[in-house]
Design a binder for this molecule. Structure first.
Ligand code: GLY
Ligand code: MN
Ligand code: MN
Length: 439
């Protein structure tokens, strides 16, 4: 970790501790997950834990104790162990926790039950993410009970558990420059991956072959992993929002919807593009595509500081509804159709979500019952779509057209900064790329 990053993590901890007053925060990283029998999924740190520490090893817990004279940031982690390190790779160890990650104090993770109860003594509040890791919750409750049992010795136990996310997720919602840098890179790599997928695509290929092209580009670009299971959905599969089977053949005349993003240093990108498998939109496909593209533009146009969370969705719904009416798929006047939510037969998800360390990132969408007002530094997706399933009320010629276009938008005081703008979406650009071949 370089000194700039070290300072950034330290700043985040200070910011959180200022809000906590005299509470204590305890933040475990994620547990490792068995994939099958004795093999594990690749470890991914808990986002809250990583946001505050930059520490990517498993079996670690951070404790923040504002005002503690011997040091406010404690890190429990694995000790160095040459034998284990020969199998699993290098560990920071206790010295590394202090020297590399800036912990004021570091302890073996095996000693946590002996140390945490003492830290809880005479603290008013404990900040923790209750319910996220139930096994850890049980241990924490036991430690608090251990302190309670000492009340006759004049020790007081915390009287209040406070949900850590109320404070921490507000901080995570507004991205700092060093976070935006990573998100821009994740979006750039994912955009190149979408371009590669378009170039590679030919009728007769399979969804998984296109997935391989995408994920090749993620890794080649330096991303650690896909940010979520890549959705590579040909033809009717595009109407299944979270289709991840990716086993079908891609057919001449069909569309291919790809929703795929990657993770850089625990920051996600999330991009969707839809294009014709053979490189030429049919009349119907092109007509629906133009409606979705126009709705996305309308939504992006209202993403700016001062607008409220739902404005992009409202803008997208208005254009989608009007477009469906113009295509003859919906009948009636646009305002009435919007009021009746007639568009929901063809568009049943929302137009976006927060984006950050988690692909569906943290942060409330309403504050005191009102839609949240957008602020510079917030990042959201803008992802309208239309999905005309077989058997729907639309005329048969529209069936199995599923189109979504998704970009990642950074809120500024002016026009939104589209982090994913390198991924082409104008029909002419898309048509020129599809099937043109990968280097
Ligand atoms: N890729 C999941 C989403 O777009 O929300
Ligand atoms: Mn997506
Ligand atoms: Mn999304």
């Amino acid at each position: 970790m370089n000194s700039t990053d070290k300072k950034a993590f330290s700043r985040r901890r200070r910011e959180l501790m200022r809000l906590m007053e005299d509470g204590l925060a305890i933040i475990p990283t994620a547990p490792t997950q068995v994939r099958s029998r004795d093999t594990y999924y690749r470890f991914r740190a808990d986002s809250d834990f990583y946001y505050l520490t930059g520490f990517a090893e498993p079996e670690a817990v951070a404790v923040l104790v504002p005002g503690r004279p011997q040091g406010e940031f404690l890190l429990f982690c694995r000790e160095r162990d040459p034998e284990r390190e020969a199998w699993d790779g290098q560990r920071a160890g206790l010295d590394g926790a202090r020297e590399i990650f800036g912990a004021d104090d570091a302890f073996p993770i095996a000693d946590i039950a002996d140390i945490v109860p003492g830290l809880l003594e005479n603290r008013e509040k404990v900040f923790a993410a209750m319910g996220r890791y139930p096994e850890f919750d049980q241990r924490l409750l036991k430690w608090v009970n251990d302190v309670r049992s000492k009340s006759r010795a004049g020790v007081s136990a915390p009287a209040e558990f406070v949900e850590l996310s109320h404070l921490l997720h507000e901080l995570r919602l507004v991205k700092k420059p060093e976070e935006i840098k990573r998100m821009r890179r994740a979006a750039r790599i994912a955009a190149l991956a979408h371009i590669r997928a378009m170039r590679a695509c030919l009728p007769g290929m399979t969804e998984y072959q296109i997935q391989a092209e995408l994920e090749y580009e993620f890794l080649r670009g330096g991303a650690e992993a896909p940010a979520y299971e890549s959705i590579v959905a040909g033809g009717a599969n595009a109407c299944v929002l979270h289709y991840v089977d990716n086993r079908m053949e891609l057919k001449d005349g069909e569309l291919l919807l790809i929703d795929a993003g990657c993770e850089v240093d625990c920051y996600a990108s999330d991009i969707t593009r839809t294009f014709p498998v053979n490189g030429r939109f049919s009349g119907e496909q092109r007509a629906v595509y133009e409606v979705v593209l126009a709705s996305q533009k309308a939504a992006i146009d209202v993403v700016k500081a001062g607008a409220h969370w739902n404005e992009p969705h409202e803008a997208a719904v208005a254009v989608l509804t009007d477009g469906l009416r113009e295509l003859g798929i919906l009948k009636g006047d646009t305002d009435g159709l919007i009021e009746k939510e007639a568009y929901k037969d063809y568009y049943w998800h929302r137009t976006g979500h927060w984006l950050g360390m988690d692909v569906h990132d943290v942060g409330d969408y309403k504050v005191d019952g009102e839609w949240r007002v957008l602020e510079p530094g917030m990042v959201l997706t803008v992802e309208p779509g239309l999905y005309i399933t077989e058997g729907s009320k639309a005329d048969e010629r529209w069936w199995n057209i599923g189109i979504r276009i998704e970009d990642d938008a950074l809120v500024t005081t002016g026009a939104a900064d589209i982090l994913s703008s390198d991924a082409p979406k104008a029909p002419v650009d898309v048509e020129a790329l599809v099937g043109s071949g990968v280097q």
